[in-house]
Design a protein. Structure first.
Length: 477
C-alpha cells in the first residue's frame, strides 16, 4: 500500500470516528437528560379513560367511592393521584411537588385537558387527579390503604427499578468498524488506478511508450480513467513524434550524402586536373554547396515551424500586392523555360500573419507548378473572396504530369517525391511540406487534386481580417 492509500484511509477514518463519537455523545447527553428529568404525567388513552372514570366517581359517589376505586387499581400499572388544595393526596401518599405543579400546568392547556381533571367533591374540597408516567422513577411508593394497612408497591416500580445512565457503546463500536471498512475500500478504490498510472509513467520515463492504460482502466468512469486515456493519447503522440524524428534524421542524412559525395569527388578531380578544367570543377563544387546551403536553410525553417516559433504573426499582409510581385518574378523565370504564368488576383484583402513566411509558402507552390508544368503551357493563379466566411481562396493550377491518386495524401510529407517526377527533379521534397506548415500557422489549409484535363491543382485557404485600405488611407494599429 502506498502513501496516498494511507492518507485517504487516515483522513476518512478520522472523519468517520469523529462523526460517530459526536453522535454517541449526543445520545449519551439525551439519555442523561432523560434520567434527570422530573416525573411526567401519563397522557396515554388508558390514563385519560381512568381519569374520566375517577372524576365521575368522585363527583357522584364522593371521596369514599374514589378511595375504593384507587384501592382497586393499585395492583395495576396505572396509579391515580387525587390531590386537594393543600397538595395532600386523598390516600395519604407523598406526592412530589414538581409532579403536582406539572399537573396544574397541564390543567390550563386545552390539549391535555382530558388527562388531568379538577373535580369538586361533596365535602367541599377540590381534588386534582392525574396519573404519573410509567417510566417515572421519582413516583413515590403508594401510602397506606384503608385502615392504615400498607398498600402494595406498584408492579412497574419493581420491574423497572432505577434507570442507569447509558452510553451507546455497541452502536459506537458498530459504526466505528463500518467506517473503517468503508474507509479501507474507498482508499483502495482511489489508490489502485494511481499505482497503474505510476507504473505507466515509470515505463514511459524509461523509453517504453507502448504501455496503454485504456485496457486496465476501461471499467472506470471517473477523472482517473480520463487521466489514463490522456496518458495513452500523450504516449501515442510521443511515439509519432519520435518516429517522425527518426525518419527525418534518416532522410536528412540521405539527402546530404549525395551532395557531400559529389563534393568529395569534385575536390579529388580538382587535385589531379589541369588548370583548364579546374574552373568547371570549382563551379560544380559551388553548385553542390548552394544545394546543401538551401537544404540546411529549409530544414531550419521546418524546425522553427515544427517548434511553433514562426516569429511575429501580428502583421497585416496586403495579399494582392504581394501576389503581384510574386507572379511578376515567377513569370520572368517561366519565360526562360518557355512557359507562362497567368493570374486573376482581384483580392483587396488583408491577412494577419508573417509576410516573409507566407510569401515563401505561396512561392514554393508556384515555383513547384512552374517546374513541373509542360513546356509551352501556362500556370494559372486564381484568387477568390468568400465574404460570408471571411476566407481567401487561392488556387495554383499547372499542366504537369499530376500525382497518382494513391500518393495524393503524401505530397505534403517531408522528403516526398512523386513517382512521376522524382527521376528528373532537383528538389529535396521539402517545399510543399514547408508550405503546409506555414499555411496552418496562419490558421489556413492547403490541399491538392489532379485536374480532370491533366495537371495538378493546389488550393490554399486563408482567413482574412479586413479589406485592404485604399491608397492614401491610414491603417490604425
Amino acid at each position: 500500500m502506498g502513501r496516498l492509500f494511507w492518507k485517504f484511509f487516515f483522513f476518512i477514518a478520522i472523519a468517520q470516528i469523529t462523526a460517530t463519537f459526536g453522535v454517541g455523545v449526543l445520545f449519551w447527553i439525551e439519555n442523561l437528560e432523560r434520567s434527570n428529568r422530573n416525573s411526567e404525567i401519563d397522557l396515554s388513552p388508558p390514563a385519560s379513560f381512568m381519569i374520566r372514570s375517577a372524576a365521575a366517581t368522585l363527583q357522584f359517589g364522593g371521596p369514599e367511592a374514589l378511595r375504593s376505586l384507587i384501592n382497586e387499581g393499585r395492583p395495576h400499572r396505572l396509579q391515580l393521584y387525587a390531590v386537594d388544595e393543600e397538595n395532600k393526596d386523598l390516600m395519604g401518599r407523598e406526592v412530589p411537588p414538581k409532579l403536582v405543579e406539572e399537573a396544574r400546568h397541564l390543567l390550563t392547556t386545552e390539549r391535555e385537558r382530558r388527562s388531568v381533571e379538577l373535580v369538586k367533591a361533596t365535602n367541599g374540597h377540590s381534588y386534582l387527579m392525574f396519573i404519573p408516567a410509567p417510566n417515572d422513577e421519582f413516583a413515590p411508593p403508594p401510602g397506606p390503604g384503608p385502615g392504615g394497612m400498607p398498600g402494595r408497591e406498584p408492579r412497574y416500580m419493581k420491574e423497572r427499578g432505577p434507570k442507569p445512565l447509558f452510553f451507546p457503546t455497541m452502536p459506537l463500536a458498530v459504526a466505528l468498524v463500518a467506517s473503517l471498512v468503508f474507509a479501507l475500500l474507498l482508499a483502495w478504490y482511489f489508490s489502485h488506478p494511481i499505482r497503474h498510472l505510476k507504473n505507466a509513467f515509470n515505463q514511459a520515463a524509461n523509453g517504453n511508450l507502448d504501455l496503454e492504460l485504456e485496457p486496465v482502466m476501461s471499467a472506470r468512469n471517473d477523472e482517473l480513467a480520463d487521466l489514463g486515456r490522456d496518458f495513452d493519447a500523450m504516449t501515442a503522440k510521443l511515439r509519432t513524434l519520435m518516429e517522425s524524428q527518426r525518419r527525418l534524421l534518416h532522410d536528412v542524412s540521405h539527402e546530404l550524402r549525395s551532395p557531400i559525395a559529389r563534393l568529395q569527388m569534385a575536390i579529388g578531380l580538382a587535385r589531379v586536373q589541369d588548370r583548364d578544367k579546374l574552373e568547371l570543377t570549382l563551379e560544380r563544387i559551388e553548385r553542390e554547396s548552394v544545394r546543401m546551403d538551401k537544404l540546411v536553410g529549409e530544414l531550419l525553417t521546418l524546425s522553427r515551424l515544427e517548434a511553433n516559433v514562426p516569429g511575429s504573426m501580428e502583421e497585416a499582409i496586403a495579399i494582392q500586392p504581394m501576389l503581384g510581385d510574386m507572379i511578376s518574378d515567377a513569370n520572368f523565370e517561366a519565360e526562360t523555360l518557355g512557359k507562362q504564368v497567368e493570374s486573376q488576383i482581384a483580392c483587396r484583402v488583408q491577412v494577419q500573419g508573417n509576410p516573409e513566411l507566407l510569401y515563401r509558402a505561396i512561392e514554393n507552390v508556384l515555383r513547384n507548378a512552374i517546374k513541373h508544368t509542360a513546356p509551352a503551357t501556362t500556370v494559372q493563379v486564381v484568387a477568390e473572396i468568400d465574404e460570408v466566411g471571411k476566407l481567401l481562396h487561392l488556387s495554383i493550377l499547372d499542366r504537369g504530369p499530376g500525382v497518382p491518386e494513391e500518393e495524393m495524401n503524401s505530397i505534403f510529407e517531408l522528403f516526398f517525391r512523386s513517382s512521376r517526377t522524382k527521376s528528373n527533379s532537383a528538389g529535396h521534397g521539402l517545399g510543399l511540406s514547408i508550405a503546409r506548415r506555414i499555411v496552418e500557422a496562419h490558421q489556413g489549409s492547403i490541399r491538392a487534386a489532379n485536374r480532370p484535363d491533366g495537371g495538378l491543382r493546389v488550393d490554399i485557404t486563408l482567413p482574412f481580417m479586413a479589406d485592404e485600405p485604399a491608397r492614401g488611407e491610414t491603417v490604425e494599429a
